[in-house]
Write a protein that binds this ligand. Sequence first.
Ligand SMILES: Cc1cc2nc3c(=O)[nH]c(=O)nc-3n(C[C@H](O)[C@H](O)[C@H](O)COP(=O)(O)OP(=O)(O)OC[C@H]3O[C@@H](n4cnc5c(N)ncnc54)[C@H](O)[C@@H]3O)c2cc1C
Length: 408
Amino acid sequence: MTRLPAPERGDEVTWVRSHLGDLAAEPAEQIVASPAFRGGQSAADQALAAFDVSGYSRDRNEVWPVGRRGASRLSPYIRHNLLALRRVWDHVAAGPSRDVSRFRDELLWQEYARHVYARLGHRTAAPLRHLPPQRPPTTATSPWDRSMACVDLAVGELERDGWLVNQTRMWLASQWTVRAGWDWGAGEIAFFAHLLDGSRAANRLGWQWTVGAGTGRPYGFSRHQVRRRAPGLCDRCELRAACPIEGWPDDEPGPAVHPDTRLRADADPEATAGPSAARGHREPSVVWLTAESLGADDPASRTHPDLPVVFVFDEQLLARLRLSGKRLVFLTQTLAELAESRSLEVHRGDPVSVLGPRDAAVTFAPVPGFVRRATLLRPAELHPYPWLVRPRDAPLTSFSAWRRAMGV
Ligand SMILES: Cc1cc2nc3c(=O)[nH]c(=O)nc-3n(C[C@H](O)[C@H](O)[C@H](O)COP(=O)(O)OP(=O)(O)OC[C@H]3O[C@@H](n4cnc5c(N)ncnc54)[C@H](O)[C@@H]3O)c2cc1C
């Protein structure tokens, strides 16, 4: 393990190139920041302050021209809890009721995804209820044909900005699996490498639902949606006279799979949800920050404002994931800003080896990697995760069943 110098604001790209460049998807010298999002608490606060929910329900699904879009673009900040869901929920309270209700539905989708992942963990990598449509791959190269203007627009944004509106996520996921017959798991990994908001919870759920593995009803990507959500884009397409998605795809779902029994019930909801109040065994000397707890409101961090904070870039994990450099830059921008107000230690190595000898306070994270490490580390103090609604033994078989049972 290596202790790294703390990154400084304005120097994050150089810092990532020299300290993490060998772990990124691209060669170190090609690493750049996303031109669309900056990491850090102040960028998150500004994005939330600027977001007005009025018109959200009408414009949320618009794609192009970009000025027609009505989505909030808050997801990279929500992903790392720079913005906790409760704060975002409260922010829109005074908006038009139709928009508030639609927007809060989407926040609940995020919460639902977190509940599913917290309970099922790595099992979300397998289809939950149905196999996706079973057809042989229609192309040996990429399932994303960039001579299609719609696909080119979306893949360009994914690779350059690390962000997509929900609609184009569905287009690309459907194109990958429902149309081109490629394995959805590989598509999920391709998204995860680039998305600044990439989380196993929401990304896997998004893919499961789009390819029909969650519901048995695959989303069929066709020209109709492009005309509706991106009017005029087809006019620029070199395939406009021979559109490969002119009609609806044959979107018969694959066979049903035997659903995991944990979708219906949770035998240990307390373990799934983590502690409901802070639990301490020893006096902490540092605060351990994880990718799920980077915000100023993080419970462990806020409880100990004078303790040093420690962040570990997990070398083995990153070597396996091969994330695009812009994801690493986004995290580093967040850390660089943090270093201006807190004493920050940044390490590269194994979090268990780095934190093992320390008495760390940390906020529970509802992801299997955290649970495994926390079991080994036995943190000095464990703080509750900032759930929007605390998980309990509710069915996760569908979003609506979960909502009903949770009363939200
Ligand atoms: C194939 C696929 C992959 C996806 N991968 C991710 C991912 O890795 N990370 C991620 O946060 N979201 C993912 N989503 C969900 C959704 O597309 C994004 O959250 C949303 O587009 C982010 O943009 P926004 O912040 O402008 O969203 P808005 O429409 O403004 O919504 C506000 C917030 O609600 C939450 N939200 C909205 N829609 C969803 C949804 N369908 N599922 C879960 N949460 C939602 C997000 O936190 C979002 O920031 C995926 C969807 C699909 C179809």
